[in-house]
Write a protein that binds this ligand. Structure first.
Ligand code: ADP
Length: 323
């Protein structure tokens, strides 16, 4: 291969810039040309390609977001859209495509490869950590730390006023951010979609906490929690415990922003390098990942279909340490 293109697609995540930088500089070190495609698959369709060299990616390793911008492209889900995308790849002599994104973006890359044969490689960039084939995804560590710092602050005010706080964190259908930030902040309870929760259990935990003399409590709720939305949970709790002073905090998009943590910068650098090396070695339709500190490649359909298991030990530990 002589020319690679790189894009960021789907939900953005801190560390995507570090991954772009690694792709561009690794490509350059191997004598390959590199194009950045703006706004995910929309850029492929509209021909929004920019030639990138090592200096195009200076001063971005510490920046949140993505300099290439990200987008969701409904047009890329149509054969006509993908046909336009391929025409633009041909026009720019693109030999391979690096897609930094989540499982939706990987599905797009897989379909595109199957139709046109253009080699593709996925780089997992999402704060949710819900991708199989890697211990962590790019952005997860930063988001986790953002959530932890925010919940720490909520704890200060919760303690001052003897309040019960329900705090919602991101993670789509996965509870990784909730479980880990909940443990790190000493949450009384953690509600995640991977575990069957019931209101009765939650009330039981509150009763136990009252008995041992806890005066303030934090319950961390994953956005994908199946028991109900956070406002309904808070209301049901108020009905059961009228004397509780209950507040709800939804952390929201602050979790997607900010300067990437050291772990995310290193991970993104490794994966960006691994993506280009993989393509040069002839790999395609795979996702690059890092497991036990080693670069590995997983067939992209496996990365899309399978899911990382939540750590059952951590669930148990969170219960034991909460009281
Ligand atoms: P993420 O990559 O964060 O999971 P999305 O699920 O929104 O984000 O997917 C990002 C983009 O990937 C979509 O907007 C679309 O352009 C493309 N995509 C997703 N699924 C398909 C599909 N089945 N066929 C073609 N493109 C797809």
């Amino acid at each position: 291969i002589k020319t690679v293109a790189v894009l960021t697609s789907g939900g953005d995540a801190p560390g995507m810039n570090a991954a772009i930088r690694a792709v561009v500089r690794t490509a350059n070190s191997l004598g390959l040309e590199c194009y950045g495609v703006r706004e995910g698959y929309n850029g492929l369709i509209h021909g929004d390609f920019t030639k990138m060299g090592p200096r195009s990616v200076k001063n971005i390793i510490n920046e949140g977001g993505t300099i290439l911008k990200s987008a969701r492209s409904s047009e890329f889900k149509t054969p006509e859209g993908r046909d336009k995308a391929f025409e633009n790849c041909k026009k720019h002599n693109i030999d391979a495509l690096v897609c930094i994104g989540g499982d939706g973006s990987f599905t797009g890359a897989k379909v595109f490869n199957e139709e046109y044969g253009l080699p593709v490689i996925g780089v997992p960039g999402t704060i949710d950590n819900d991708i199989f084939g890697t211990d962590n995804t790019i952005g997860y560590d930063t988001a986790l730390n953002t959530a932890m710092e925010a919940i720490d602050k909520i704890r200060d005010t919760a303690t001052s006023h003897n309040r019960v706080f329900f705090v919602e964190v991101m993670g789509r259908d996965a509870g990784f951010i909730a479980l880990n930030s909940g443990i790190a902040t000493g949450a009384l309870d953690i509600l995640i979609p991977e575990q069957k929760d019931s209101m009765e259990e939650l009330f039981g935990t509150f009763r136990k906490a009252e008995k041992v003399g806890k005066s303030s409590s934090i319950v961390v709720v994953a956005e994908g929690e199946k028991l109900g939305n956070i406002y309904d949970l808070a209301k049901a709790t108020k009905d059961e415990f009228p004397n509780f002073d209950i507040r709800v905090a939804v952390l929201g998009h602050i979790q997607r922003g900010g300067s990437p943590s050291c772990a995310d910068r290193v991970l993104a650098s490794k994966m960006g390098y691994g993506a280009v090396m993989g393509l040069v070695e002839g790999k395609s339709k795979v996702m690059v990942g890092v497991k036990s500190n080693r670069l590995i490649y997983t067939p992209i359909e496996e990365a899309i279909k399978k899911h990382n298991e939540i750590d059952k030990d951590l669930l148990k530990i969170s219960e034991i340490l909460a009281m």
